[in-house]
Design a protein around this ligand. Sequence first.
Ligand SMILES: [Zn+2]
Length: 418
Amino acid sequence: MFFPAKATVAKVLAVALSVSTPAWGAQASSTYIHAGTLIDVDAKKSRSNQTIIVSNGMIEDIVNGYAEAPDGAQAVDLKNATVLPGLIDAHVHLLMNLGPDTQMKALTQNDSEATLDGVVNARTTLMAGFTTVQDLGSRNESIFALRDAIAKGQVPGPRILASGEAISANGEEGSVGCSGADECRRVTRAHITAGADVIKTAISGGTLISMGAPPSRFTAEELRAIVETAESMNRKVAVHAHGIEAIKFALKQNVHSIEHGTYLDDEAVALFRKSGAVLVPTMMAGQVMEAFAANPMAPPAFREEASQFTARLVAAAARAKRGGVTIALGTDVGAAVHGDNAQELPLLVRAGLTPMEALRAGTIIAATHLGVDKLTGSLKKGKAADIIAVDGDPLADISVLLDVDFVMKGGVVYKGGQ
Ligand SMILES: [Zn+2]
């Protein structure tokens, strides 16, 4: 176990989320960032000619005009750029790499190899402008060790909140199984004590095997026991669900988010509204399903369905958006390519979000969903200096975020800014 058993939840979170001075990376005593345009996702507007003053990893102040950096402070010239908060991805798999050998690797790769893959993927993610991610489904010890090494500044990467292995009824696909409400409570508690920041449950199986599967392998009592136990330890429960019955079943047990939500309908939208659950649509994952659709060995009904998967995910997100459901950005990278996370932003716009709404889904709304909005998610005095910059105007063309030129996390510059 990575954490001593007596470690309190507060301590665990403090380690995971702390703004620490890394062993590498340039960090002056204070940094003055001159932003030509600054996007304020709290106020939903942009402002021109701003100075962000960063010290000790935090945003000390944001002032109008270009304030001159005092002696000893570092100045970063982003006068020709658009500056915005570091992006947040609420659904990644940092230890997984999509490829022809994905399934073989799941069987043969040991924890050390998986962890080293995660180190590479974490760096790639950070360089793409994602300064915080939630990992929903990776081997416990590997992902918790990676999270903590990044928090200590030992390796570059985004802040990570991690579920570790998913909890399921049968323990399939690398998850931990539990049967009966008591055992589900015990497993949930053990998971959180081992270091989980969030609980991920798989109630109806993965995409590939969920067609024709029952809506849930958990009973309502079991899933509710998981939710109540998680809440009692200040954690949320994210549920992987594609099918409409699985989505509605989960929402009725008051889970906190539905991941994917592919076949949601208006009744599900009403349940989202009633429970306050968040939808994380992961539309990028549709690409993978479409690739499977090209496989002549797959059953025809599956191929037909898989070939339309992105369109289905976009339609589901669009329906949720029209119905007023809270949508947070999540990509399922691992089942898509690490570093391509920003591709989810144009998909959110395709689903009917304005560019500002899409940006908010990938910043302040995701931060609130992850429970880290006091720390990050917007450019605001007192928050961590998680700051990125791009050429062009994301509010006119969201795809400019596919090319991030400057990345600062916790006051440390990881990319650009020379
Ligand atoms: Zn996933």
